[in-house]
Design a protein around this ligand. Structure first.
Ligand SMILES: CC(C)(COP(=O)(O)OP(=O)(O)OC[C@H]1O[C@@H](n2cnc3c(N)ncnc32)[C@H](O)[C@@H]1OP(=O)(O)O)[C@@H](O)C(=O)NCCC(=O)NCCS
Length: 189
């Protein structure tokens, strides 16, 4: 009976039309409020945050989802990093994705997935070789992110290995990559 009622409610619920686009300076306050609400203030203590602090996101890779009225209801950003060094001793350029968040009033409508696909598509279009992130494998595996790609890499701080995932945009990009993730993006003025 409960399942039937849920279906009826879902049928009559107002549908959300949303668009994905580039974040603008006018979106920053709404994005920060959304992140505080979705992840709490402890989000600033994460190891990933050390990599992002004082840096600008990778060129063209700060995206937001907007509702029909233009309000920010989702956010994702990607950051330039070096994912350790390759076997020949050169730094392995890559991206770190995060945070990803969707306003919980709009959860389960495909907005997170749309943000992920737009981010990965744009990263590939811009010629990047791989995207790494720290997050729930149960969510990110559907987008092709797996922990085996990061097995010789470490974050600069505490992290759970099972949540340290990567997607290669170019085949074999992370093959042999080993060492610590370091920020390599443009610094904030
Ligand atoms: C994770 C998040 C971005 C998903 O956004 P969303 O717009 O609700 O996602 P989608 O509608 O595209 O996908 C929903 C599906 O993902 C699943 N899902 C959501 N979070 C999940 C998680 N942490 N682990 C596994 N599955 C998850 C839902 O159960 C749903 O599954 P279904 O399609 O089988 O019903 C959103 O829940 C959020 O902002 N969470 C708080 C911040 C956060 O945890 N960010 C990610 C860090 S791991």
């Amino acid at each position: 009976m409960a399942a039937v009622l849920d279906s009826v409610r879902a049928f009559f619920a107002p549908s959300t039309t949303f668009t994905i686009g580039a974040e603008t300076p006018a979106d920053v306050v709404a994005r920060e409020n959304l992140l505080d609400h979705a992840m709490g203030p402890e989000r600033r203590m994460k190891s990933s945050e050390k990599i992002r602090r004082g840096r600008l996101p990778a060129e063209g890779l700060a995206l937001v989802a907007r509702d029909g009225a233009g309000h920010v209801i989702g956010t994702v950003r990607l950051w330039n990093i070096e994912a350790g060094i390759s076997q020949d001793g050169t730094a392995v350029d890559a991206l770190l994705l995060g945070p990803l968040a969707v306003d919980d009033a709009h959860a389960g409508k495909g907005i997170g997935g749309a943000l992920m696909r737009a981010a990965v598509t744009e990263a590939a279009h811009r010629g990047h070789g791989a995207v790494l992130l720290v997050g729930d494998a149960a969510y990110y595996e559907r987008f092709g992110f797996f922990a085996d790609k990061t097995r010789h890499l470490v974050m600069p701080g505490p992290f759970e290995r099972a949540r340290f995932l990567a997607l290669e945009l170019k085949a074999g990009w992370l093959e042999g990559a080993a060492g610590m993730i370091v920020a390599s993006g443009r610094k904030l003025a």
